[in-house]
Design a protein around this ligand. Structure first.
Ligand SMILES: [Zn+2]
Length: 351
């Protein structure tokens, strides 16, 4: 008799715990109201790419950008200002604005309406003085500060990266227990501090990447502000098109149909210069066929910050993200990232 009641007690507790976990998950994951946006010029959806500059060389990326330009798709390319100081870490390699031919190419892109954004001042950690000089060099070269910054790999000057990326304490603690790297761009006591300069000069920072082509479905209130991360003016999400296989999958016909039908926003996060988009004889034809499909549709193809500025100017937009949506975004990212195998990111995250 005693054993039976013990088993019953355990079963009851398990059911209660299960119900509690499902209820909490349902509360946080219940999708928020979709946001209907009217895009400029009667366009049906907005599209851009945020291109992470890891491993990008002039030879590899120039033909890819010629294609984007030919199809009228103006996007956002991140750059490094100076050469890497830690080239042994492979993702740190790639051309910088210090290379005259690459710099000329970047200036040409800008003159054609592409956006040039920052991927930290270099591939490798930079102390504050180097960051100040790097930002000034960016401004002198391009005529303005970057509107967008994207954190890079293991750069210690990354802002709100590693465990600091999370707002929900449970995730932050779990991550901290796994993390092997310290990131301190937001820590005013650190030699890597530049949070105040991010706040002063830069509008947007990418926070998380998702598997959904329509980011408005994931995060209707994009771009958003987080009260616990005051040095970043606004955060934005991206859609995962990391290498050509993922890009091809993300932009497949059914997904583009859905983006169009839902009046959505897609900002693809991609490593266009890392090799997968190129074959020996030039761009992989799969890239061009996706661009061709995209360009045949009634989309607004503009740099990411132009789209984000526009979203912020729409009626009903609110800057501050609710606690519920904050947790929801973190849960979705964690789920997506686990499925796609980019976690555990604490040690090996590639962007
Ligand atoms: Zn990177």
């Amino acid at each position: 008799m005693k054993r039976v009641s013990l088993v019953r007690g355990i079963a009851k507790t398990l059911v209660l715990v299960f119900v509690a976990v499902v209820s909490v998950a349902a509360y946080f994951l219940y999708p928020p109201e979709p946001r209907a946006i009217t895009f400029p010029g009667g366009k049906q959806f907005a599209f851009s790419i945020v291109d992470d500059t890891d491993l990008a060389t002039l030879d590899r990326v120039k033909p890819l950008y010629e294609l984007l330009y030919r199809y009228g798709i103006r996007t956002t390319k991140t750059v490094w200002v100076v050469e890497s100081n830690e080239p042994a870490h492979a993702p740190n390699r790639g051309d910088s604005l210090r290379d005259p031919a690459y710099r000329a190419f970047i200036l040409d892109l800008k003159s054609k309406g592409f956006e040039i954004a920052l991927h930290g001042v270099r591939g490798g950690s930079s102390e504050r003085t180097d960051i100040i000089n790097g930002l000034e060099e960016f401004r002198q070269t391009l005529g303005q500060y970057p509107e967008i910054h994207v954190n890079h790999s293991l750069n210690r000057d990354n802002v709100y990266w590693g465990e600091h990326r999370w707002s929900f304490a449970l995730f932050r603690l779990a991550y901290a227990s796994l993390g092997k790297h310290e990131f301190s761009g937001q820590d005013s006591e650190s030699v890597y501090f530049w949070g105040d300069l991010v706040k002063q000069h830069i509008q947007y920072v990418n926070q998380f990447t998702y598997g959904d082509i329509n980011l408005l479905a994931v995060n209707p209130s994009m771009p958003y502000r987080l009260a616990d991360k005051p040095y970043v003016n606004y955060w934005f999400p991206t859609a995962d098109g990391d290498n050509l296989d993922q890009f091809d999958e993300l932009l497949r016909t059914e997904n583009l149909d859905r983006l169009e039908r839902e009046g959505g926003v897609c900002l693809v996060y991609s490593h266009m210069g890392a090799g997968s988009f190129n074959r020996d004889d030039g761009p992989d034809p799969r890239f061009e066929s996706r661009l061709k499909d995209l360009a045949s549709r009634n989309g607004w193809f503009a740099p990411a910050s132009e789209i984000l500025d526009y979203l912020r100017a729409q009626p009903g937009w609110r800057a501050d993200l609710s606690f519920r949506e904050t947790v929801r975004l973190e849960m979705l990212f964690l789920w997506n990232a686990t499925i796609r195998g980019i976690l555990p990111a604490p040690a090996y995250h590639t962007h």
